[in-house]
Design a protein around this ligand. Structure first.
Ligand code: CDT
Length: 308
């Protein structure tokens, strides 16, 4: 029976002018608070080291690459790893990854309690668009700056728990959770940067966006009998609001910890991973109940086809 105290380190706004050093200092402060509250596994948001730069249209490759990390840990992030090692806290956080081959990914890594990287995930469901879109209230250029992840949806046994990662928009896709669920996942970590309003439909505001996020995270947890930690970068970044709403969800789909602010805020939940076994062996015993002979469309067809 494995138990871990899971923490969610929601982060408030990071302005375009903020340095990596200042951001890492905030992450370390959250980690120290987490240690004081007994946290053993700490989840930070997507693109945790910088502002959500895909809202800015850029043409200059050097300007774009300045938002990316060429090594992990690198000189700027090493203090975070050292602190994690010192405190014995496993962690996951997101960052923009530039590979030695010049490839760009929206990435998250997972470490153990010794500060060693044990897993890497590259975001698969990239939202947004490639070119400047005059029809939108603001830009969301993830498809311009990143290529879709090439690592699939792996899991790792980390500190005795089967863990998997997803990033932001991935949480809206049941395929994400099911790919992890089919590998016995017990903790799905998901960092996000979600604008508080829809750039293409002003009627969809904060209330609706928070609802959609919770709906997706709770459904993913329940339908795969797994804990889920969905952790925001929130607050107003250079005039652009990002929603909070970080939650930790149990394998029955209930929210067991919730952030109340749009600032740097720690949420904590003791998790007993033996609680995943009941759902996995009964209503969501995939081996007994899935009917894969009828699921061909899921992998053979991307877009909707109306034939009637
Ligand atoms: N970062 C990220 O993936 N954000 C998206 C915004 C969707 S609207 C383009 C999200 O799913 O929250």
């Amino acid at each position: 029976m494995t138990q871990l105290v899971v923490g969610g380190a929601q982060m408030g706004a990071i302005q375009r002018a903020d340095s990596r050093k200042a951001v890492i200092a905030r992450m370390i402060a959250l980690m120290e608070e987490a240690a004081s509250r007994g946290v053993e596994m700490l989840v930070y948001p997507e693109l945790a080291l910088t502002t959500f730069f895909p809202r800015w249209y850029m043409e200059d490759a050097a300007e774009v690459d300045a938002w990316f990390e060429r090594e992990m840990p690198g000189p700027q992030t090493a203090p975070l790893f050292e602190k994690a090692r010192e405190l014995g806290i496993a962690m996951t956080f997101g960052y923009a990854e530039l590979t030695p081959e010049g490839r760009h990914f929206n990435t998250s890594i997972l470490t153990n309690r010794k500060g060693e990287i044990v897993g890497k995930y590259r975001k698969i469901h990239l939202p947004g668009h490639v070119e400047y879109d005059t029809e939108r209230a603001f830009q969301h250029l993830e498809k311009r700056y990143f290529e879709p992840g090439d690592l699939g949806f792996p899991v790792w046994r980390n500190e005795g728990v089967v863990m998997g990662m997803a990033i932001c928009n991935d949480r809206r896709w049941p395929e994400t959770f099911r790919c992890l669920g089919l590998q016995g996942v017990e903790l799905v970590t998901i960092g996000y940067n979600t604008p508080s309003v829809n750039s293409q439909m002003s009627a969809e505001g904060l209330k609706e966006r928070l609802f959609h996020s919770e709906l997706s995270l709770q459904a993913g947890a329940y339908q795969n009998a797994t804990y889920v930690a969905g952790i925001a970068k929130a607050g107003v970044e250079d005039g652009h609001p990002l929603m909070g709403g970080s939650i930790i969800v149990d394998p029955n789909g209930f929210v067991i910890a919730r952030a109340e602010t749009e600032e740097d805020e720690l949420i904590v939940a003791p998790c007993d991973f033996s609680a995943c076994a009941f759902g996995k062996s009964t209503i969501f015993d995939f081996a007994r109940h899935r009917r894969i002979e009828h699921y061909g469309r899921i992998t053979s067809q991307a877009g909707m086809v109306v034939e009637v």
